[in-house]
Design a protein around this ligand. Structure first.
Ligand SMILES: Nc1ncnc2c1ncn2[C@@H]1O[C@H](COP(=O)(O)OP(=O)(O)O)[C@@H](O)[C@H]1O
Ligand SMILES: [Mg+2]
Length: 204
Protein backbone atom coordinates (compact mmCIF):
# COMPACT_ATOMS: atom_id res chain seq x y z
CA UNK A 1 0.00 0.00 0.00
CA UNK A 2 1.27 3.43 -0.92
CA UNK A 3 1.28 6.24 1.53
CA UNK A 4 -1.98 8.07 1.94
CA UNK A 5 -2.00 11.82 2.48
CA UNK A 6 -5.14 13.18 4.05
CA UNK A 7 -6.44 16.02 1.89
CA UNK A 8 -9.80 16.74 3.43
CA UNK A 9 -12.03 15.52 6.16
CA UNK A 10 -15.60 15.96 5.03
CA UNK A 11 -18.84 15.33 6.83
CA UNK A 12 -19.33 12.07 4.98
CA UNK A 13 -15.91 11.03 3.83
CA UNK A 14 -12.17 11.36 4.20
CA UNK A 15 -10.29 12.20 1.05
CA UNK A 16 -6.71 11.03 0.57
CA UNK A 17 -4.19 11.51 -2.15
CA UNK A 18 -2.31 8.36 -2.99
CA UNK A 19 -1.13 6.27 -5.90
CA UNK A 20 -2.72 3.45 -7.78
CA UNK A 21 -0.83 1.39 -10.39
CA UNK A 22 1.74 4.14 -10.68
CA UNK A 23 -0.79 6.92 -11.14
CA UNK A 24 -1.84 9.67 -8.78
CA UNK A 25 -5.10 8.66 -7.19
CA UNK A 26 -7.77 10.05 -4.94
CA UNK A 27 -9.17 7.79 -2.24
CA UNK A 28 -12.66 8.61 -0.99
CA UNK A 29 -13.46 6.68 2.15
CA UNK A 30 -16.88 7.05 3.72
CA UNK A 31 -16.55 7.27 7.47
CA UNK A 32 -18.71 5.48 10.04
CA UNK A 33 -21.26 7.56 11.90
CA UNK A 34 -21.43 6.84 15.61
CA UNK A 35 -25.02 7.89 15.95
CA UNK A 36 -26.21 5.20 13.56
CA UNK A 37 -26.61 1.54 14.35
CA UNK A 38 -23.35 -0.06 13.18
CA UNK A 39 -24.92 -2.60 10.85
CA UNK A 40 -27.29 -0.10 9.29
CA UNK A 41 -24.45 2.41 8.99
CA UNK A 42 -22.31 -0.08 7.14
CA UNK A 43 -25.18 -0.85 4.74
CA UNK A 44 -25.78 2.84 4.06
CA UNK A 45 -22.11 3.53 3.38
CA UNK A 46 -21.89 0.52 1.08
CA UNK A 47 -24.97 1.59 -0.84
CA UNK A 48 -23.85 5.19 -1.23
CA UNK A 49 -20.41 4.07 -2.37
CA UNK A 50 -21.94 1.83 -5.01
CA UNK A 51 -24.38 4.50 -6.16
CA UNK A 52 -21.70 7.17 -6.36
CA UNK A 53 -19.45 4.91 -8.42
CA UNK A 54 -22.32 4.06 -10.77
CA UNK A 55 -23.21 7.71 -11.27
CA UNK A 56 -19.57 8.66 -11.94
CA UNK A 57 -19.47 5.87 -14.48
CA UNK A 58 -22.81 6.70 -16.11
CA UNK A 59 -21.95 10.39 -16.42
CA UNK A 60 -18.63 9.57 -18.06
CA UNK A 61 -20.36 7.27 -20.54
CA UNK A 62 -22.50 10.25 -21.59
CA UNK A 63 -19.45 12.39 -22.30
CA UNK A 64 -19.55 14.34 -19.05
CA UNK A 65 -16.08 14.36 -17.54
CA UNK A 66 -15.76 12.66 -14.18
CA UNK A 67 -12.78 10.98 -12.49
CA UNK A 68 -12.01 7.54 -13.85
CA UNK A 69 -12.73 4.86 -11.28
CA UNK A 70 -9.74 2.66 -10.50
CA UNK A 71 -11.12 0.46 -7.76
CA UNK A 72 -14.15 0.06 -5.53
CA UNK A 73 -14.08 -1.57 -2.12
CA UNK A 74 -17.67 -1.84 -0.94
CA UNK A 75 -16.96 -3.30 2.48
CA UNK A 76 -14.49 -0.48 3.15
CA UNK A 77 -16.93 2.04 1.57
CA UNK A 78 -14.03 3.27 -0.53
CA UNK A 79 -13.60 4.44 -4.10
CA UNK A 80 -10.13 4.84 -5.57
CA UNK A 81 -10.32 7.18 -8.53
CA UNK A 82 -8.30 9.32 -10.86
CA UNK A 83 -6.83 12.40 -9.21
CA UNK A 84 -8.00 15.43 -11.19
CA UNK A 85 -5.42 18.17 -11.40
CA UNK A 86 -6.79 21.66 -11.39
CA UNK A 87 -8.60 24.15 -9.24
CA UNK A 88 -12.07 23.87 -7.93
CA UNK A 89 -14.46 26.09 -9.87
CA UNK A 90 -14.87 28.05 -6.67
CA UNK A 91 -11.23 29.17 -6.97
CA UNK A 92 -10.80 29.03 -10.73
CA UNK A 93 -13.63 31.12 -12.14
CA UNK A 94 -12.87 34.71 -13.07
CA UNK A 95 -13.94 37.32 -15.59
CA UNK A 96 -11.66 35.85 -18.24
CA UNK A 97 -12.90 32.28 -18.30
CA UNK A 98 -16.58 32.96 -17.86
CA UNK A 99 -17.25 31.12 -21.11
CA UNK A 100 -16.73 27.97 -19.06
CA UNK A 101 -20.17 28.57 -17.62
CA UNK A 102 -21.91 27.88 -20.89
CA UNK A 103 -20.10 24.58 -21.27
CA UNK A 104 -20.97 23.76 -17.70
CA UNK A 105 -24.67 24.44 -18.32
CA UNK A 106 -24.44 22.24 -21.36
CA UNK A 107 -22.98 19.37 -19.35
CA UNK A 108 -25.60 19.68 -16.62
CA UNK A 109 -28.13 19.54 -19.45
CA UNK A 110 -26.65 16.26 -20.66
CA UNK A 111 -26.87 14.78 -17.16
CA UNK A 112 -30.49 15.83 -16.72
CA UNK A 113 -31.53 14.75 -20.21
CA UNK A 114 -30.31 11.31 -19.28
CA UNK A 115 -32.07 11.17 -15.95
CA UNK A 116 -29.10 11.95 -13.69
CA UNK A 117 -29.52 14.47 -10.89
CA UNK A 118 -26.15 15.42 -9.39
CA UNK A 119 -27.71 16.26 -6.04
CA UNK A 120 -24.94 18.53 -4.76
CA UNK A 121 -24.04 20.97 -7.51
CA UNK A 122 -21.72 23.49 -5.91
CA UNK A 123 -18.64 25.28 -7.16
CA UNK A 124 -16.57 22.99 -4.88
CA UNK A 125 -17.82 19.88 -6.63
CA UNK A 126 -16.55 20.92 -10.05
CA UNK A 127 -12.85 20.89 -10.84
CA UNK A 128 -11.59 22.94 -13.77
CA UNK A 129 -9.08 20.82 -15.63
CA UNK A 130 -7.59 22.01 -18.96
CA UNK A 131 -10.23 24.70 -19.06
CA UNK A 132 -13.10 22.22 -18.90
CA UNK A 133 -15.33 21.18 -16.03
CA UNK A 134 -14.90 17.80 -14.34
CA UNK A 135 -17.80 16.78 -12.10
CA UNK A 136 -17.00 15.12 -8.79
CA UNK A 137 -18.91 14.14 -5.67
CA UNK A 138 -22.04 12.34 -6.85
CA UNK A 139 -22.54 11.25 -3.23
CA UNK A 140 -26.05 12.71 -3.16
CA UNK A 141 -26.90 11.94 -6.75
CA UNK A 142 -29.84 9.91 -7.97
CA UNK A 143 -31.83 8.95 -11.06
CA UNK A 144 -34.97 10.86 -11.89
CA UNK A 145 -37.04 12.11 -14.82
CA UNK A 146 -38.89 14.78 -12.88
CA UNK A 147 -38.74 18.45 -13.86
CA UNK A 148 -38.99 19.28 -10.18
CA UNK A 149 -35.81 17.34 -9.29
CA UNK A 150 -33.87 19.00 -12.10
CA UNK A 151 -35.09 22.45 -11.06
CA UNK A 152 -34.04 21.85 -7.45
CA UNK A 153 -30.62 20.69 -8.68
CA UNK A 154 -30.20 23.96 -10.61
CA UNK A 155 -31.62 26.10 -7.84
CA UNK A 156 -29.17 24.68 -5.31
CA UNK A 157 -26.38 25.39 -7.73
CA UNK A 158 -27.57 28.96 -8.31
CA UNK A 159 -27.54 29.59 -4.58
CA UNK A 160 -23.94 28.50 -4.10
CA UNK A 161 -22.94 30.12 -7.39
CA UNK A 162 -24.34 33.47 -6.33
CA UNK A 163 -22.84 33.20 -2.86
CA UNK A 164 -19.36 32.46 -4.24
CA UNK A 165 -19.35 34.45 -7.47
CA UNK A 166 -21.51 37.43 -6.70
CA UNK A 167 -19.27 39.56 -8.92
CA UNK A 168 -19.70 37.23 -11.86
CA UNK A 169 -23.46 37.32 -12.15
CA UNK A 170 -23.32 36.99 -15.93
CA UNK A 171 -21.90 33.52 -15.44
CA UNK A 172 -25.18 32.25 -14.11
CA UNK A 173 -26.99 33.48 -17.24
CA UNK A 174 -24.44 31.61 -19.32
CA UNK A 175 -25.02 28.43 -17.32
CA UNK A 176 -28.75 28.72 -17.99
CA UNK A 177 -28.14 29.48 -21.66
CA UNK A 178 -25.91 26.41 -22.03
CA UNK A 179 -28.50 24.29 -20.24
CA UNK A 180 -31.38 25.43 -22.45
CA UNK A 181 -29.26 25.16 -25.57
CA UNK A 182 -28.79 21.51 -24.74
CA UNK A 183 -32.28 20.65 -23.57
CA UNK A 184 -34.57 22.88 -25.63
CA UNK A 185 -38.14 23.04 -24.37
CA UNK A 186 -37.50 20.55 -21.57
CA UNK A 187 -34.75 22.89 -20.38
CA UNK A 188 -37.04 25.92 -20.52
CA UNK A 189 -39.59 24.05 -18.47
CA UNK A 190 -36.99 23.28 -15.79
CA UNK A 191 -35.74 26.86 -15.65
CA UNK A 192 -39.33 28.11 -15.54
CA UNK A 193 -40.01 25.89 -12.56
CA UNK A 194 -37.29 27.47 -10.42
CA UNK A 195 -39.20 30.63 -9.36
CA UNK A 196 -42.22 28.50 -8.52
CA UNK A 197 -40.13 26.36 -6.19
CA UNK A 198 -38.69 29.47 -4.60
CA UNK A 199 -42.17 30.87 -4.06
CA UNK A 200 -43.26 27.73 -2.33
CA UNK A 201 -40.07 27.94 -0.30
CA UNK A 202 -40.30 24.29 0.49
CA UNK A 203 -37.53 22.82 -1.59
CA UNK A 204 -35.22 22.06 1.31
N1 LIG B 1 -10.94 12.92 -8.04
C1 LIG B 1 -10.51 14.01 -7.42
N2 LIG B 1 -9.39 14.64 -7.85
C2 LIG B 1 -8.93 15.74 -7.22
N3 LIG B 1 -9.50 16.29 -6.13
C3 LIG B 1 -10.62 15.72 -5.66
C4 LIG B 1 -11.18 14.56 -6.27
N4 LIG B 1 -12.28 14.19 -5.57
C5 LIG B 1 -12.39 15.09 -4.58
N5 LIG B 1 -11.41 16.01 -4.61
C6 LIG B 1 -11.20 17.14 -3.69
O1 LIG B 1 -11.73 16.80 -2.42
C7 LIG B 1 -12.84 17.66 -2.08
C8 LIG B 1 -13.94 16.86 -1.40
O2 LIG B 1 -14.33 15.77 -2.22
P1 LIG B 1 -15.88 15.39 -2.39
O3 LIG B 1 -15.96 14.18 -3.27
O4 LIG B 1 -16.59 16.61 -2.84
O5 LIG B 1 -16.29 14.96 -0.91
P2 LIG B 1 -17.37 15.54 0.12
O6 LIG B 1 -18.51 14.57 0.04
O7 LIG B 1 -16.67 15.52 1.44
O8 LIG B 1 -17.75 16.93 -0.33
C9 LIG B 1 -13.27 18.29 -3.41
O9 LIG B 1 -13.87 19.56 -3.23
C10 LIG B 1 -11.96 18.37 -4.15
O10 LIG B 1 -11.23 19.53 -3.78
MG1 LIG C 1 -18.08 17.82 -2.14
Amino acid sequence: MHEKILLRQGAEANLYKSEYLGKEALIKERIPKDYRNAELDSEIRKRRTKEEAQLLYNAKALGVRTPLIYKIDLSGATIIMEFIEGKRMKDALNGKNLNLCKLLGNKIGILHSNGIVHGDLTTSNIIIHNNAPVFIDFGLGFHSRKTEDFAVDLLNFRKTYNATHYKLGKGWNLIVRGYIERRGNAGKEVVGRIPKIEERGRYL
